[in-house]
Ligand binder design. Structure first.
Ligand SMILES: *Cc1c(COP(=O)(O)O)cnc(C)c1O
Length: 233
């Protein structure tokens, strides 16, 4: 890991291209989300200058602190990737392009309500707890189809796909089976029709395992420490 942000990004882009080839046509293009939690504005701007315009934040307060400064100068695509409390949806609804971490009907309902109030159709992903870990938020894989049906009643959200945070693994190859399962779920829900869904995003893979995730069909990776170095928090 280099200290140089733009060098790191070039390296990641090369790795992404290699992994796309290994995906056997599952993936043609991958969106790189730069995960900017705990990272200061100056370093984030170095990343933006390397043409990474999609940012991922996991805390409402932190996103709000950075939003004005960055969005006044750059065309940013804001992704919310952390656990979102329903009472905080109102603070970010006019700011986020994609809420990746929807894991309850109650949260979807609040997003729908707040989006409606400002005349927006909010893009969301459904977070899946693919390895059924107690420590993680997300829908049980076997309940995903039903969950998406339950969201049919909301007209001001559009479901764009699925997101997962895979288990912490010594060897990223250990997560291959989970990423493979996610890809199957993704294909399943793509087949079913619904008025508020347009399934095209499969968000999986972080610094430790994004290459394996892409090989298995991920088309959106969320990378923090491989861009900025280890976070000191
Ligand atoms: C922090 C975080 C990431 C990035 O993790 P790295 O290991 O630093 O790449 C990705 N996704 C989510 C949901 C995160 O909270």
């Amino acid at each position: 890991m280099n200290e140089n942000i733009s060098t790191n990004i070039n390296e990641i882009r090369k790795n992404i291209e290699t992994s796309i080839k290994k995906s056997n046509q599952k993936v043609s293009d991958v969106t790189l989300i730069g995960v900017t939690k705990t990272i200061d504005i100056a370093r984030i701007e170095t990343m933006i200058n390397s043409n990474v315009y999609s940012l991922g934040e996991n805390k409402v307060q932190e996103l709000l602190e950075k939003y004005d400064t960055l969005s006044s100068k750059h065309e940013i695509n804001w992704n919310f990737i952390g656990h979102l409390q329903t009472n905080k949806v109102k603070y970010i609804i006019d700011k986020v392009d994609l809420i990746q971490s929807v894991e309850s009907v109650k949260l979807a309902q609040e997003i729908d309500k707040r989006a409606k109030a400002i005349g927006k159709i909010q893009k969301i992903l459904v977070e899946v707890n693919i390895a059924n870990e107690d420590s993680k938020f997300g829908i049980d894989p076997k309940d995903v189809t039903k969950f998406i049906e339950d969201l049919q009643k909301f007209n001001n959200i559009v479901i764009k796909g699925l997101m997962t945070v895979a288990p912490i693994a010594e060897n990223p190859r250990n997560n291959e089976k989970y990423f493979g399962k996610m890809y199957e779920l993704f294909l399943d829900i793509q087949k079913e029709k619904g008025h508020n869904r347009d399934i095209e995003i499969l968000s999986m893979g972080m610094s430790s395992d994004y290459e394996v995730a892409i090989e298995q069909g991920s088309n959106m990776v969320r990378v923090g420490s491989d861009i900025f170095g280890a976070r000191n928090s």
